[in-house]
Design a binder for this molecule. Sequence first.
Ligand SMILES: Nc1ncnc2c1ncn2[C@@H]1O[C@H](COP(=O)(O)OP(=O)(O)OP(=O)(O)O)[C@@H](O)[C@H]1O
Ligand SMILES: O=C(CO)[C@H](O)[C@H](O)COP(=O)(O)O
Length: 429
Amino acid sequence: MVSAFVAGGASLMGASGAAGPLACGSRKWVGVAPHAAGSTVRGYAPARAGALRMAVAVEGFEKAPGADLSEQGHHADAMIATKVSDVMKQKGIERPVIIGVAADSGCGKSTFLRRVLNIFGAQVSKAHTPQGDFITVICLDDYHYHDRKGRKVANVTALDEKANNFTLMAAQVKALKEGKAIYKPIYNHDTGEHDPSELIEPNHLVVIEGLHPMYDPRVAELLDLSVYMDVSDEVKLSWKVQRDMAERGHTLENILASIESRKPDFAQFVDPQKKKADIVLNILPTQLVPDDKENKYLRVQMIQREAATNFAKVSIFDEGSTIDWVPCGRKLSCSYPGIKFHYGPDSYFGEDVTVLEMDGVVEKLDEMIYVESHLNNTETKFYGEMTQQLLKNPTAPGTFNGTGLFQVLIALKMREVYEKCTGRKLSVN
Ligand SMILES: Nc1ncnc2c1ncn2[C@@H]1O[C@H](COP(=O)(O)OP(=O)(O)OP(=O)(O)O)[C@@H](O)[C@H]1O
Ligand SMILES: O=C(CO)[C@H](O)[C@H](O)COP(=O)(O)O
């Protein structure tokens, strides 16, 4: 019964004030993994960070498939519960719904997921993996085989399939979907080493985000919805330069060199996932300004795969037609460079898709209600919910351009998929 998790502090929808830290890069391991609800931990001994992991017996858990595949032993303490977790009953979890969010580093996954957590009203733990009453967000970097030094020795990038333990990833995501708890490895971006595994319980909604959620078929087939964030090279560069110089202390030369060195593996191992995604968030330079060197304005597309059956495709005005729309005028204020929408059917890598596009910026966020009133199949719970969600986070990056709009729409699609997969209706506070 849904009310069991709507009540009790973290209201399911509509709460303001979100989540703690989210960037894969800034998470910290905050202590010894707690034991599973309803099971007894016998002699769990987290190894020193960076040291060889130890396989220790934990009652009710067994070694996970793939735990021994990391030659350096980094995944040796990865485990899976032998039975369905008591948490399933305690939280009234019908069936964990699994969503994949794929993108290269610096393409806005954390920014997007912060908005998602906010929309789901989730207060999450400040541990390495944010776990809330309703939603858990797992960073797939945790399944890197090597530590940072090890990757240098093996001469592989983190994007390479050889650098990631897909056997373990698939087994653990499957276990969560079956309602079983796991001890999941941790890759610590601050140290570049692996920390002792942490306990992750199943949850109503589990998001797996990172470089490869749709790469390995064993993982991809577990996803109820897959999202790929495709950021054009120009935009990726300006976002990454701004963040890595301001927050991570890198020099411009380092950042440019790192982007260049990642390109071949990005093209081989990450980029192809967009062909399989149910929704692609495509972020491009604007066409409204001739030479926007700073990428201040963006043209953003929400590409929805027609064959995806778990959600209704969002359209403007008239489903199925092709429409160009400049909403600036009496109902929507526009300053330079204005806003332009496009909507229509298209083909994407040979697949039928529906594309919704917004180029430019909104001047007054509350006027997005005018745009919202012309959108179909948003699956909002009340008139104006989409605009309200935008207004809740006015300072989040991209709120005034198409990234904010489509992030909200995709979060609403996540909710719709959850409702469809579980047969439950979520209430909005
Ligand atoms: N929609 C947006 N508009 C403008 N800037 C953005 C947008 N989304 C993200 N950014 C900026 O891009 C940078 C990278 O974003 P973010 O940290 O969310 O990426 P990420 O994919 O989680 O990266 P990583 O995997 O390396 O942790 C941040 O500085 C963020 O402010
Ligand atoms: O592509 C990445 C995803 O976040 C990182 O580069 C990868 O996880 C390696 O991390 P680090 O550079 O901190 O060792």
